[in-house]
Write a protein that binds this ligand. Structure first.
Ligand code: NAG
Length: 443
């Protein structure tokens, strides 16, 4: 929902030569960087794909065999807790983990893997998120399509050269996501990873069309053109198979905020809600065929398809049918967003009704549904608005929610604030802490 220019951030990447820093990767299938760790840390195997420099020394026990009993530092006390193992699954309208209820509550932090932050700063940000009561962090990789580039600069995930593209698995590519995943697990957090973006802020769907078909394409050729679908599957396969055994990932989402039209391109006249539902079926089934461990969601704004309804968000003209997409057998849960209520005048009651209507759809589908992004830019009414919406999440039985967006004070100052960021100490942060406790108690 949020559209501000991401600041150009100074890169502060862990060295891929020499020794890996604390929390950095030091081994695993496909890893070509350093395999030794800086003093005071030990290279510890997380899984076949990932070894990490954890605090400790080689002459004493490693974290994996003897978790510290001290709770003074969250970064080490949860290193091998059961919360870091097992895959989140669903049971009716709820998420479960290792047989127990998993309360999905948290924040969006697209910048974690994209901002060029040091592992120290990533740990600080995740510590702030965890202290809010969160269990989950959403929208990694692709909220802004930032991963999609045609020249290799800074952090990027997918590099195009003409009609061919390669996934960047280096330290300035998926290596950043590896670091975030490993750190998140240390804080008892799981990630929802959005594989792609419909928006064109920093790449996105329109890049596929431009590279593979040439300029001037409708936005929705992404959903229908066989060449584009095949290329997108190749990219998805490379990312998903890399993390297939990674419990730190809660779910994959197909794409951030898909619509028939793009943020800078238009829709063809043939694009309807069924165009996108067909694509959702194809892509979610494809992911399930290569990854049976992870949940799959869409990442849409949650528009309803009620032709004739005068409200844009309910009339289907964007190309999204929330109810139909949630019925797709390979979609495990539903997502919806609300950002300033798209210009609705009565923001608070409109958003409250929007939550109620998605809770009804949740019950009808018997699948979890999450309010995945919500944000109000008016700071004078924001805390009270969120409190009202939180109360409606609790009372309607909606599965969970994720605020847009997390903020932290890091080494070089505050993380980027698009007008919606919530920092520790803000009233909205305290409201979230109270809500997280209430949601966990509600079950
Ligand atoms: C923010 O909300 C307050 C209270 O409703 C209102 O007076 C003010 O005009 C709003 N600010 C903006 C920029 O809309």
């Amino acid at each position: 929902m949020i559209r501000s220019t991401l600041l150009v951030l100074a890169l502060s990447l862990p060295s891929v030569f020499g020794q890996s820093p604390e929390w950095g990767q030091c081994g695993g299938i496909g890893w070509t960087g350093a395999t030794t760790c800086v003093s005071g840390t030990v290279c510890t195997v997380s899984n076949a794909y990932y070894s990490q420099c954890l605090p400790g020394t080689a002459t004493t026990t490693t974290v994996s065999t003897a978790p510290p009993t001290s709770t003074s530092t969250a970064t080490t006390s949860t290193a091998s807790s059961p919360a870091s193992t097992g895959f989140v699954t669903t049971s009716g309208t709820r998420f479960t983990l290792n047989g127990a209820r998993y309360t999905l509550i948290g924040e969006n932090a697209y910048w974690l893997a994209l901002g060029g932050y040091s592992t120290t700063d990533i740990n600080k940000a995740l510590s702030d998120i965890a202290a809010s009561g969160a269990t989950t962090v959403s929208r990694l990789i692709s909220t802004r399509g930032f991963n999609e580039v045609t020249s290799a600069n800074g952090i990027y995930f997918h590099l195009w050269s003409g009609r061919s593209a390669t996934v960047n698995t280096g330290a300035n590519g998926l290596g950043m996501l590896d670091t975030v995943i490993a750190a998140a697990k240390q804080h008892g957090l799981r990630l929802i990873v959005s594989l792609y973006s419909s928006r064109s802020d920093y790449g996105g769907m329109d890049v596929y069309a431009a590279q593979l078909l040439g300029s001037g394409q409708s936005h929705d050729v992404f959903y229908t053109n066989p060449t584009i679908i095949a290329a997108f599957k190749t990219y998805v396969q490379a990312v998903v198979t890399r993390y297939v055994n990674e419990p730190g990932i809660l779910a994959w989402e197909l794409v951030n905020e898909p619509r028939c039209s793009g943020s800078s391109t238009t829709a063809s006249s043939s694009c309807t809600v069924s165009t996108i539902t067909t694509w959702v079926s194809t892509m979610s089934a494809f992911i399930k065929s290569i990854d049976s461990n992870h949940l799959v969601g869409l990442g849409d704004e949650g528009f309803f398809n009620e032709p004739g309804n005068s409200d844009y968000m309910y009339q289907g003209s964007a190309g999204i049918d929330f109810v139909a997409n949630l019925k797709v057998s390979t979609i495990d849960f539903g997502t919806f967003h609300v950002g300033n209520c798209w210009g609705e005048t009565n923001t608070v009651p409109w958003g409250t009704q929007w939550i109620t209507d998605h809770a009804t759809a949740m019950t009808n589908a018997n699948k979890p549904v999450i309010l995945e992004e919500f944000g109000i830019s008016n700071s004078s009414t924001r805390a009270s608005t969120y409190t009202t919406w939180y109360q409606n999440v609790i009372s309607t039985g909606l599965t969970g929610d994720l605020i847009w967006q997390a903020g932290s004070q890091l080494t070089n100052g505050p993380t980027a604030n698009d007008g919606y960021a919530i920092y520790p100490g803000n009233p909205e942060y305290a409201a979230m802490q109270a809500h997280a406790a209430a949601l966990k108690a509600r079950g």
